[in-house]
Every structure is written in structure tokens, then in C-alpha cells.
Design a protein around this ligand. Structure first.
Ligand code: NDP
Length: 454
């Protein structure tokens, strides 16, 4: 894939970038290692000043960054502003808490003094996707740099200007040169970089094939990885739920980021007793959404990020229909310039339909009717993924069963699945492993050193 900015709302090619040559990559690796040798010795207080400065820049210049995000991957401008603000929040969170999270932890043993110390590992490679082009990077950068690591970013090839802007923010914030660098490279170069002795670990957010490929390359070198991959999150609605609230959140949760979020609700599992009403309300909501220019404040739904994503989504919808699914609204590519797909609802999907198990990365909701809570939990868990789940009930017993029995990295009751710096984020099954954010996230890329003194 060429490294280029192509406006997804128009299809216009706006800028192309030459990938780095091998010797340029080598120079950047040298610089990263030199940077680590001194940066690892800086105090938490010093790092926190730089990280707070990142947050200031993100807040001050959010309009400029939001424009870049919308231009390169098509998310509505209001959502891009919110993304820049959320990046500032994660920077401040780790600036304030990293020293406590990574303080020596005393443990009583037979030694006169024994404790656990957390030390940085070195260069960490981050392979990141285009869907949250700032957030995905800052949720890696904030903990990794506060822990004393240095970062190399291989961003998705369709968001090079976002990748360069992030490097510039970190430079402007005062971090020493080399502490964070963007590598404009294609995916084929990733394995070579992981093979370099100085690169100690890697994290990837993206598709299953990309995750498997990175994990295989890292495994060969016995290096740690954290993977945040796809999801086909269930959104369960029981008879006791507040239906109006559930439908409003269902719409937001499916349309988030033009439907391109790993934690978007994708499979709507509704008990029979309220299914007709839920379906009617959801249909009204979906049909009321305004599709158009993502820069316009009236737009609810912008284009998908690339023509490939658009066609892949449409192929999945057509396959679902072929297998017996019924389209209630949408269901075809819009004939206009840009990568636009309408809000789509599919019902009556027969059990065993091939697409039932897939992730739909766009504004398409699959609606399943079930007899009762037992059936709802069964359908919710009948997926190779296990990222998040949203469940709606006012019944305590139902709530406790959902929390206990749903197979996912997160369960949200009466709310939309979302990431929050204070809470761990990550999946099980084919959604990946490891955690980002919170205290768990910062401990993924440190040496947990046992110290024992007689
Ligand atoms: P990819 O997983 O292909 O891309 C994500 C990142 O991984 C990019 O930086 C990409 O680089 C890189 N990459 C791709 N292949 C490899 C590889 N073999 N080794 C190392 N790095 C690699 O996502 P796509 O953009 O192609 O989207 C395809 C599907 O992935 C979506 O439809 C969706 O299902 C899922 N996805 C999930 C995301 C999530 O948040 N969990 C985010 C994005 C996508 P490059 O751009 O240069 O190819």
C-alpha cells in the first residue's frame, strides 16, 4: 500500500510520501538507542513535565489535528476534536500517576529487604491503525514514555500526516530527540525492525492477520507483544431494559467513527418480548442519520477510510444476504464520490451463516432475536472474538449473570463500551492479548525486577 493521504470523502489523492530507505531506518534505530541510554535515567518528574506539555499542545492545537484526522480517514470533525482532547487526558493521566504505578513495591519475605522494581525495557515498536489515528498512538506513547521506554511508530499507510504530526507534538513538548520517532514504512519492513536486537517489544492494533504476522515475527525473536485486534461486540437487550436509552446508545455505539471501531457494538441481541419495538426504534434512528461531508457539523456519518474497507464491508453484507439475511435499511454502496456506505440493519440471519462470525467494520448492525437470557448469552459468546460487550437490564440477577458469563475483556452494563485511561483495555480469544491503559497498561513494557537483599 502506498504511503499517501487520500481524502476518503472525495477520493482525491492529496499527498504521497517516499517510504524510508534501509539506511534511514538504521539511522533512526541508532538514534532511538542513544536516546534510550540517557532517557531511561530521567526522573518521573521530568518526564511528567514533557508529557503535560504534550497535553497542552493537543488541547491548544486540537482544531489543526482534528482537520488532519478527518482529511486522512474521514471521521466526523466533531469526533476528531474529541479524539485530540482524549489524547490530552491520557497524557495527563500517566503524567500524574506513572511514578506511583511504578514505585518500588516492598514484599515481606525471608530477606532483610525484598521488593519489586519496574524498569524500562528500551525501544518499543508500535504498529498502529488508521481508525483512531491519534488516540491509538497516544494510548501507547503516554505509558511507554512515562515508564522510560522510547517509541518507534509504524503508522497505517493512509495516515502519514497524522503520524508526522504526532512526532512533531512530542518533539515540541520537549522530549529529547529520538525518544519517539515516526517511521514512514510499509508493513513488509516490520519484521526486520522487530529482528533488530535493540528493539525489545512490540504492540499492534489492527486486524487479525496483521497481529498474527507481527506476533510470529516477534515470537521468532522471543520478544513480547501486546495485540489489540478485532471484535464483534454483542449488545444485549433484555426485557427489563430501559428501551429508549438502549436504542439511543445502540445507534451511537454502532455508528462511532463511521462504524469503524474495534469496540463498536456489532451484533444486537434482543429478547423476543421486546424485539419488535427495539427493531422499529432502531430503524427510525438509523434512517434519521445524516450522511455527508465529515467536516460539516450536521454530518452524523462520514465515509469509510479506504475503498478497500468499503468493498470488503459491502461483500460481507451481500454474503450475509445470500445466506438468508434480510436488509431492513441500507445494504449497498452509495453511488457518489468517496467511500460512503449507509446505515444498514440486517435481520433473520440464519444460524451458521458465514458472516455471522465476522467483524463488520462499518455502519452495519446485525440484529438477532433470542428467546431469553440463556440464549442471549449463548449467541453473545458464539464468536471467535472477545473484546467488549454492552448489556442492558435493570434486573440484578440478570446483571450478575451477564458480568460473570460474557466472554470478553470488558462488560458494560447499561452503557456503551468505551476506553478510559483509568480502566484496563484489551481482549481475549481472537481479539488479542495484553492490556492497555490503567496500571495494567504501563506494566506491559517494563522489566518487573525482583530484588532480594539478605
Ligand atoms: P491492518 O491490520 O492491515 O492495519 C493495521 C496496521 O498494521 C497498519 O499500520 C498496517 O500497515 C499494519 N500491518 C498490516 N499488515 C501487517 C503485517 N503483515 N505485519 C505488520 N504490520 C502490518 O488493517 P486494515 O487497515 O487493512 O483494515 C482491515 C481490517 O482490520 C478492518 O476491516 C478491521 O476489521 C480490522 N481493523 C481493526 C482495528 C481495530 O481497532 N482493532 C483497526 C483497523 C483495522 P499498512 O497500513 O502499511 O498496511
Amino acid at each position: 500500500m502506498a504511503i499517501a493521504t487520500i481524502n476518503p470523502a472525495t477520493g482525491d489523492l492529496l499527498k504521497t510520501f517516499e517510504p524510508l530507505k534501509d539506511r534511514q531506518i538504521a539511522t533512526k534505530l541508532d538514534l532511538a538507542q542513544q536516546a534510550f541510554d540517557s532517557y531511561r535515567k530521567t526522573s518521573f518528574a521530568k518526564r511528567a513535565v514533557w508529557m503535560q506539555s504534550c497535553a497542552d499542545i493537543l488541547e491548544q492545537d486540537k482544531a489543526e489535528f482534528a482537520k488532519l484526522m478527518t482529511l486522512e480517514m474521514g471521521k466526523p470533525y466533531f469526533a476528531a476534536i474529541a479524539e485530540a482532547e482524549k489524547c490530552a487526558v491520557v497524557c495527563r493521566y500517566y503524567a500524574e500517576h506513572a511514578a506511583d504505578f511504578l514505585a518500588d513495591t516492598p514484599v515481606k519475605t525471608d530477606a532483610s529487604n525484598s521488593f519489586v522494581r519496574y524498569q524500562p525495557l528500551g525501544i518499543i515498536l508500535a504498529v498502529m491503525p488508521w481508525n483512531f489515528p491519534f488516540w491509538q498512538v497516544f494510548r501507547f506513547v503516554a505509558p511507554a514514555l512515562m515508564a522510560g521506554n522510547v517509541g518507534l511508530l509504524k503508522h497505517a499507510s493512509n495516515v502519514p500526516q497524522c503520524a508526522l504530526a504526532i512526532e512533531e507534538i512530542i518533539h515540541r513538548a520537549g522530549f529529547p530527540p529520538g525518544v519517539f520517532q515516526t517511521l514512514l514504512i510499509g508493513a513488509a519492513k516490520v519484521a526486520d525492525i522487530i529482528a533488530d536486537d535493540r528493539v525489545k517489544a512490540a504492540t499492534l492494533t489492527g486486524s487479525e492477520p496483521a497481529g498474527a504476522s507481527l506476533a510470529a515475527a516477534a515470537g521468532k525473536q522471543l520478544k513480547k507483544t501486546v495485540l489489540e485486534l478485532g471484535g464483534s461486540d454483542p449488545f444485549i437487550v433484555t426485557e427489563s431494559a430501559d428501551l429508549e436509552a438502549a436504542v439511543a446508545t445502540a445507534t451511537t455505539a454502532r455508528m462511532l467513527n463511521n462504524g469503524q471501531s474495534c469496540i463498536a457494538a456489532k451484533r444486537f441481541i434482543v429478547v423476543e418480548a421486546i424485539a419488535d419495538k427495539f427493531e422499529k426504534l432502531l430503524l427510525e434512528k438509523f434512517q434519521s442519520l445524516k450522511i455527508g461531508d465529515p467536516m460539516s457539523p450536521d454530518t452524523d456519518l462520514g465515509p469509510l477510510a479506504t475503498p478497500d474497507i468499503l468493498h470488503e464491508l459491502d461483500n460481507q453484507v451481500q454474503a450475509c444476504v445470500q445466506s438468508g439475511g434480510k436488509v431492513l435499511t441500507g445494504g449497498h454502496v452509495l453511488s457518489r464520490p468517496g467511500n460512503f456506505y449507509p446505515p444498514t440493519i440486517i435481520t433473520d440471519i440464519p444460524p451458521g451463516s458465514p458472516t455471522e462470525q465476522e467483524e463488520f467494520f462499518g455502519p452495519v448492525a446485525m440484529l438477532f432475536r433470542v428467546r431469553d437470557l440463556d440464549a442471549a448469552i449463548k449467541v453473545a459468546n458464539a464468536t471467535p472474538f472477545g473484546l467488549g460487550a454492552s448489556a442492558w437490564t435493570t434486573n440484578e440477577r440478570e446483571r450478575d449473570r451477564l458480568i460473570e458469563e460474557i466472554e470478553a475483556g470488558a462488560v458494560f452494563i447499561n452503557g456503551m463500551v468505551k476506553s478510559d485511561p483509568r480502566l484496563p483495555f484489551g481482549g481475549i480469544k481472537r481479539s488479542g492479548y495484553g492490556r492497555e491503559l490503567s496500571i495494567e497498561g504501563i506494566k506491559e513494557f517494563v522489566n518487573v525486577k525482583t530484588v532480594w537483599v539478605k
